[in-house]
Design a binder for this molecule. Structure first.
Ligand code: IPE
Ligand code: IPE
Ligand code: MG
Length: 250
């Protein structure tokens, strides 16, 4: 049986700091190792045929961390993107960002713009980094832009439906995540994609992010493949739909 692969995988990459602290290393050493795990997971997702991979890299709330950690994370991000650009192009991966990017330092914003521009025609997978991202902030920005259109007479309140709100969010054009993985044993969403995760399957891994390997990803996909996604319907209805969609495949 072919493994069912999520079309859109979202990951809360958590546990870098604890990985380092357990080794009596500075927290940033954990972030460095976290980048290695990012490389492995991006490569494996591309190989397995994931179409959208969305990684939570820095939250709105992470701005409140000690200044030296924030600075080090921004530096790491610039170096990661510079070192990955050729590889993203070679693998035809398109790069995208969600979040309140205006808050990012100019140097980071510049490398983000360049990476998005250089990869914009790539078609094999969309890699999205959530940076300075908070779901509530994203929703406020979306609601403000819709309210602006209403105030300008370009939109009626009745025309605001799920599709219209989707288009106003940073994730416009992306399907909702099929699977969310959070590492490090924490069982919370931490302000990530609150609207988009409405019917996403959740998977919590005990591994700290730097230890999250290709094998762990396969384990998550195997669990995902066994889940029945019902979207509010009954089990029997979904089984019936599956039979029909299999018939249509032949
Ligand atoms: C996740 O690891 C990376 C970021 C939030 C930037 P953490 O830095 O949150 O690691 P822990 O949770 O403190 O171990
Ligand atoms: C969530 O992790 C944000 C990222 C992984 C970037 P946090 O470590 O910031 O979340 P909390 O504080 O444990 O909820
Ligand atoms: Mg954490």
């Amino acid at each position: 049986m072919r493994l069912r692969i999520p079309e859109h995988l979202a990951i809360i990459m958590d546990g870098n700091g604890r990985w380092a602290e357990r080794r009596h290393l500075p927290r940033i050493a954990g972030h460095h190792r976290g980048v290695e795990a990012v490389r492995e997971v991006v490569s494996e997702c591309r190989t397995l045929g994931v179409r959208y991979l969305t990684l939570y890299a820095f939250s709105s709330e992470n701005w409140g961390r000690p200044e030296d950690e924030v600075k080090a994370l921004m530096g790491l991000l610039v170096r990661y993107l510079a070192s990955e650009l050729n590889d993203l192009c070679a693998r035809s991966i398109r790069f995208r960002v969600i979040g309140e990017t205006d808050r990012l330092p100019a140097e980071v914003a510049q490398v983000l713009r360049e990476t998005m521009e250089r990869t914009k025609d790539n078609t094999s997978m969309v890699l999205t980094l959530a940076l300075s991202y908070g779901s509530r902030n994203e929703m406020i920005r979306a609601v403000r832009s819709l309210a602006g259109e209403v105030a300008a007479g370009q939109l009626t309140p009745e025309a605001i439906d799920e599709e219209r709100l989707n288009l106003a969010l940073d994730t416009a054009g992306m399907p909702d995540p099929d699977l969310l993985i959070r590492t490090s044993g924490e069982m919370r969403i931490s302000n990530f994609l609150l609207w988009q995760l409405a019917y996403t399957e959740l998977y919590f891994s005990e591994e700290l992010w730097p230890d999250f390997s290709r094998q762990k990803l396969h384990e998550a996909f195997a669990v995902f493949a066994r889940r029945q996604r019902r979207f509010g319907l009954t089990s029997a209805q979904v089984a019936d739909q599956d039979v029909h969609s299999e018939e249509n495949c032949h």
